[in-house]
Write a new protein. Sequence first.
Length: 497
Amino acid sequence: MKRELALVATIAAAALVLTGCSAGGSGDAGGDDATINIGSLYEPQNLSNTGGGGQGVTEALSGNVYEGLYKLTDDGEVEPLLAESEEVSDDGLTYTFTLREGVTFHSGDPLTSADVKSSVEAVTAEDSQSARKSSFDVIESIETPDESTVVFTLSQRSISFTYNLSYVSIVNDEATDLKTSEDGTGPYTLDEWKRGSTLSLARWDDYWGTKAKNDEVVFHYYTDATSQNNALISGQIDIITSVQSPDALSQFDGNDDYVVNDGSSTTKELLAFNDRVEPFDNALVRKAVYSAIDRKKLLNSIWGDYGQLIGSMVPPTDPWYEDLTDVNPYDPQLAKDQLAEAGYADGFSFTLDTPSYDPHPAVAEFLKSELAKVGITVTINTITADEWYTKVFQDRDFEATLQEHVNDRDVVWYGDPDFYWGYDNADVQQWVADAEQAETTDEQTELLKKVNKKIAEDAASVWLYLYPQIVVAASDVTGYPVNGLNSQFYAYDIVKE
């Protein structure tokens, strides 16, 4: 029996005080004793990766507090982490993993196969809010023949199985209250979470692997990009994980106190239709909306010279990327013709549910102006991130919405008609299924290219642009990740002079 889980999240008696702040980095301590202050717009809704915690959970906790059997590196490679070895049967239906020895949770309990089993089952549970839930529908059974061995039996081949496992945080199977506390195996423990302000992680000296190179990491949360930029300028923070106010970059470009990193992004800004409801159940209407929007002008107005246009859900870093930006060209007259052909010569009206944080409000106003030129009236309904999750993602109570999708290799969600946008195409569903059962990556790639092209032709959504991944840091800080894969932000190698 494991001993009772100790409470990991302790509330400090005194508030965190930032001292000695100046432009070019926060605080005075450097080396192993450094506190790294990180600015972010993505505060978790809660601390559970299966309970609707959102993008902020991945950013702050993935790889830092929680670890998986596998790790998705900043370069997009999948590497073993808590899995010491893997054996796959000839038919591709049985995966046997041997766990790394000597790993313990922050509570002191040893990592066992039971923890892996319960962690995967939490993702696949009926009440799970994990976006990766459907990826594990192929699991037929999970066996734990001994404490260091986990055996997954699949109902069919799954070429992405180990890749998908990199998204599963392994949690102590006796942990409770995971929305407010944690029990992971990572190099940091949760120190303190001040809702609406900061989330602090403390280096865990009993970590099984290489210790974190800094003593503490503090994520500072901002509700707007300007405040976040000002915090870097004033020295309150050392790093911005993803700049959302490109107009402010002139303050950092060419300034020796800062380094501006333009990394690879997988974050797509979407105008997502509810394809179940009129008029967006008509592909011609969706295509008309697409062609009415000057996406190049939008990208430039939001991001200046940063970011890029994409014609479908697939970013260039995915293996099945193709340039499809011309499938739905910017052409207002074409948009009017398509509307007329679809029976909407006089246009129509719809409500656009818009998250309240940057850059969505500005994008919504741009779309409203563009669509008015072809006779479409847009009513903007501004909602919080919590409201978006409930209203749009859970209840499907929307006509169209704005949202950023951060994951790589997520084109497969268009093969799920139950996903929030409701795109339902039998060919796409079959291609996605066949791609997952492919025996080679070449076969998988060809099938997903077909998916990519078909959803573009159907304008299943409007892929407005691919975010840039701009990480800005004080010049005395190094070791931070620069690519925006899945919103993760590994902090353990960050050092400050």
